[in-house]
Unconditional design. Structure first.
Lengths: 472, 185
């Protein structure tokens, strides 16, 4: 039986195979007949499709284009995409389409460099960051409940943080690879945008505190704000590194950190940073100056760009900044920008310092008395002749404040409980706070001096150190 | 065929059918290339003429295309092809009218044997099998050819000839038994 079956299986081997040419001819004839048949068929109502036909069209979409015309299909596609685009753009944090909106916004960043340059991408990233900042502002002013606001702000803050980090990274890359003029352009643009974002974020942070939103939200905003500050300083550092210093202004000596491979370039020799230049000794001075020096070393990495000796090969990744310097007029403009930026940063730190200290009355000993209010506003008082009156008023206000505080405590509980540990802790905090404020004041002064001398790098380093102290 | 391959093949077939329904010529050409020769072989056994088998095979594919484009349901494309081939051969002989189908089939089969024997080196055993097959009734011949020569399953054969799978198995057994008797004598 098996043999029989095997023989049956071999039956086809003994029949003549079809003629291959004829098979091809028959195939072509079949296709012609099919096309003729299609031509003669009544047009199908494309609006009424069975499920199978629908699936067939999906698998072979060209058929629908042929049926209803390429132009019609294109118009439909454009409308659908346009409407879809509008819907996506209108979505906000917490919406279902929000992640899609983010993806669509960041799509240009994946384009090749030939289509969108690195510089354009860096600016685009900052624009995206500005969009996130605007979203945060919108959320704060929205009618949502606190919980919803907090959640949305946190979501956007995370995105903003990523954008800022990306912007920083891109500016750094551009500073290493591009010409100085391009670097200046990009860094200036980024710095301005980032400064705006910082101001807006600070305002939002204050609002969040006032509205007593979730503490996580405040933390998240604070983190992003710090990152934005860092980005601002970083871009300012890039600008400083690119611009040639004023030859008349005395430069500070090199400060080399033997442990770090990164070197703070000497202003006079910018853009060179030579490893074998003599290290200037940092004089043994007061604690605050030691702190300044240490802070400068610590924060150097955030600001510094490697340089290579003129004509030297340099190490891998070391920037050769001995390319064309920024032209005269542009250099002046950039310097102005740098000075403005540094002054603005110093002002911010001063405001922050004064808000820590609370309302103060500072008899300066000069003709005019100024009072710093908690929000940074200065009140110019009467001339020194009325100093006694001012002091008396200050003493009265403190007394009243103290009475109010006591009254409050009395309202809360009828007893005054002495907690020694708490008192010690408070005392330590106060001392630390006082020390911190003293250091901050020193740093501010050092920054102002450096700025006056034209030593931008040192000024920036001091500002960075002050920022670090404030953020602690 | 292993089960996994059967499933894959089945899915591929369904995709092709869907594409053909949507009017895809490319998909249909794939079907044509894949099945032309088996259909041709099947028809050749019935008509014993290469040219007629080729023409009728092409006609099968045209009819299948029409059938699919009318939106009719297809469970098994392969079975549908063979069913259509059977019907087309029946129509072919009906047009001749003067000769009964069975007789025509037998005469053709005998004639084909002679033709083949002249053209191709044939083992003696196979020739005997073919002769024995030619003396059997058409239903048995079809069963044996579809099963052993074309490699269709009992289920597919059942769809083609319009019988249940169990009945096909019984008929197959009878057909083999009869062929064995004819071959041994």
């Amino acid at each position: 039986m098996k043999d029989l079956k095997r023989q049956l299986e071999q039956l086809s081997t003994v029949i003549p195979p079809p003629d291959s040419e004829r098979v091809d001819f028959l195939r072509e004839r079949l296709i012609s007949r099919i096309r003729f048949e299609k031509f003669n068929q009544k047009p199908q109502n494309i609006y009424i499709l069975t499920f199978r036909e629908f699936v067939g069209i999906l698998l072979h979409p060209w058929q629908i284009v042929q049926s209803i015309g390429a132009v019609t299909v294109s118009l439909i596609l454009i409308m659908v995409l346009g409407l879809g685009g509008v819907v996506v753009q209108a979505s906000g944090p917490g919406d279902l389409l929000y992640p899609l909106k983010i993806s669509v916004e960041t799509m240009p960043l994946v384009l090749p460099a030939s289509i969108m340059s690195k510089e354009a991408k860096a600016i685009k990233v900052v624009q995206i960051a500005q969009n996130r900042q605007k979203e945060i502002v919108t959320i704060i002013h929205s009618q949502d409940n606190d919980q919803a606001k907090a959640k949305k702000i946190q979501q956007v803050a995370i995105e903003l943080s990523k954008n800022i980090e990306s912007a920083q990274k891109r500016v750094r890359e551009i500073s290493l690879e591009s010409e100085n003029k391009v670097v200046v352009e990009v860094a200036s643009s980024v710095k301005d945008s980032v400064s705006e974002i910082k101001k807006s974020l600070d305002e939002v942070a204050r609002q969040v505190v006032r509205d007593e939103l979730d503490s996580n939200t405040s933390e998240e905003l604070k983190k992003v704000s710090q990152q934005v500050s860092q980005a601002e300083l970083s871009t300012l550092g890039v600008l400083i590194a690119v611009v040639k210093p004023d030859s008349n202004s005395p430069g500070t000596s090199l400060k080399e950190t033997p442990q770090d491979s990164l070197i703070i370039p000497e202003d006079e020799d910018l853009p060179l940073a030579i490893q074998d230049k003599p290290v200037n000794q940092v004089a043994e001075k007061s604690t605050s100056e030691k702190m300044v020096a240490r802070s400068q070393e610590e924060v150097g990495a955030a600001l510094i760009i490697d340089g290579s000796p003129a004509g030297g090969t340099g190490e891998a990744g070391i920037l050769d900044l001995t390319n064309q310097p920024v032209a005269g007029v542009e250099e002046v403009l950039v310097k102005e920008q740098i000075v403005e930026g540094l002054k603005s940063l110093i002002r911010e730190i001063e405001i922050s310092l004064s808000s820590d200290e609370g309302p103060t009355v500072t008899p300066t000993g000069e003709e005019i008395i100024s009072t710093n209010r908690g929000d940074g506003e200065k009140i110019i008082e009467q001339p020194a002749g009325e100093l006694d009156q001012v002091e008396q008023r200050a003493a009265d206000s403190f007394e009243e404040g103290g009475k109010a505080l006591n009254a409050k405590e009395e309202k809360v509980s009828g007893e005054v409980v002495l907690n020694v540990e708490e008192l010690i802790e408070q005392e330590v905090k106060q001392r630390q706070s006082a020390e911190r404020q003293a250091r901050l004041r020193d740093l501010i002064e050092a920054a102002k001096e450096a700025l006056a001398e034209g030593n931008y790098t040192e000024a920036l380093t001091n500002i960075q150190a002050a920022r670090v102290l404030i953020d602690q | 065929m292993p089960r996994r391959l059967k499933i894959i093949s089945s899915v591929q077939e369904k995709v092709l059918v869907t594409q053909i329904r949507a009017g895809s010529e490319k998909a249909y050409v794939k079907v044509y290339n894949q099945y032309f020769e088996p259909i041709y072989q099947f028809i050749y056994f019935k008509v014993s003429s290469r040219e007629v088998a080729e023409d009728l095979s092409a006609e099968v594919f045209f009819k299948i295309w029409r059938y699919l484009n009318q939106g009719k349901r297809v469970r098994n494309l392969r079975a549908l092809l063979y069913t259509t081939a059977r019907n087309i051969v029946t129509d072919y002989y009906r047009k001749k009218k003067e000769v009964s189908l069975d007789l025509a089939w037998q005469e053709q089969f005998v004639a084909s044997q002679q033709e083949v024997a002249e053209q191709v080196n044939v083992l003696g055993d196979i020739e005997r099998v073919k002769r024995g097959l030619g003396q059997m009734k058409e239903e048995y011949q079809e069963l044996l050819i579809l099963r052993y020569d074309q490699g269709l399953s009992h289920k597919e054969i059942g769809e083609i000839i319009g019988k249940k799978t169990g009945a096909v198995r019984v008929l197959m057994h009878r057909a083999l038994k009869e062929l064995k008797q004819r071959v041994s004598t």
